[in-house]
Ligand binder design. Structure first.
Ligand SMILES: C[S@@+](CC[C@H](N)C(=O)[O-])C[C@H]1O[C@@H](n2cnc3c(N)ncnc32)[C@H](O)[C@@H]1O
Length: 229
């Protein structure tokens, strides 16, 4: 997903903290995703079809936002039991309003910080949330996800990936430049897209312990990957 209103080189871009970015765009978030992100009208319903259909299936959604993927999932499995984690309290409030009658627990925190448990979930899903992080950050998170899944559990990742290794390096160097020029805290997470290539993403998933990773489908640079525990 491209940064809002900017060119390849983000000379003027003022970095915003991740949760502030989404809170301030909440009003038009769903409409923006569905009408402006290539493939969105297909990848949300498609992602939902890969999730477990058994009654009471336990699913963890990382970066659930306003619950776009969950709308399609609950339409297929009304009796799923979902835990959603998101940094933005505002996004979670919007989600809560959509699913008042559903079995859903929401955690307002970073998925890097929250313990995810062991052998607990039939599936973990994440849509359009993980393209902001380094391979090292993802490795630790993917190890936690792997451990949180049941024996036959799996992770469905729908996200956008860098078009080449050169593009991947460019995004990370741009982020470093912007943080340094704007004299920002290095450890904070800002909303700036730093996708890995899909090949690097798959390497990280396998390194984290997933036994197999399949590319299920793609729309331009957005892919759905399925990683089995
Ligand atoms: C582009 S939105 C995607 C939301 C939803 N999955 C969808 O596709 O509509 C990215 C979401 O990830 C959340 N997010 C980003 N980093 C996070 C983190 N470290 N922990 C939890 N949520 C995070 C943001 O707050 C935001 O709601």
């Amino acid at each position: 997903m491209c940064q809002d209103d900017c060119d390849e080189r983000n000379i003027e871009l003022k970095l915003e903290r991740m949760s502030d970015f989404f809170a301030s765009r909440l009003n038009r978030y769903d409409e923006h995703m569905l009408s402006e992100i290539e493939g969105a009208r297909e990848f949300y319903p498609y992602t939902a079809t890969l999730l477990p259909m058994e009654q009471g299936a336990k699913v963890l959604d990382l970066g659930c936002g306003t619950g776009l993927e969950l709308e399609y999932y609950f339409a297929l499995n009304r009796a799923a039991s979902v835990v959603g984690i998101d940094l933005s309290a505002e996004m979670l409030s919007a989600l809560r309003e959509k699913f008042e009658d559903k079995e859903i627990k929401l955690i307002n925190a970073s998925y890097f910080d929250v313990p995810l448990g062991e052998n607990d979930y039939d599936a973990v899903v994440s849509v359009e949330s993980l393209h902001h992080f380094t391979a090292a950050e993802k490795l630790k998170l993917y190890e936690k996800i792997c451990a949180a899944l049941t024996q036959n559990g799996y992770f469905v990742l729908t996200d956008y990936f860098a078009e080449s290794e050169a593009a991947e390096r460019f995004y990370f160097s741009e982020l470093e430049r912007l943080i340094s020029e704007q004299k920002l805290e290095q450890k904070e997470h800002y909303h700036y897209d730093t996708p890995l290539t899909v090949e690097h993403e798959i390497e990280v998933l396998k390194k984290a312990g997933f036994s197999g990773v399949q590319i299920m489908k793609k729309w331009e640079n957005t892919y759905t990957l399925l990683a089995r525990r």
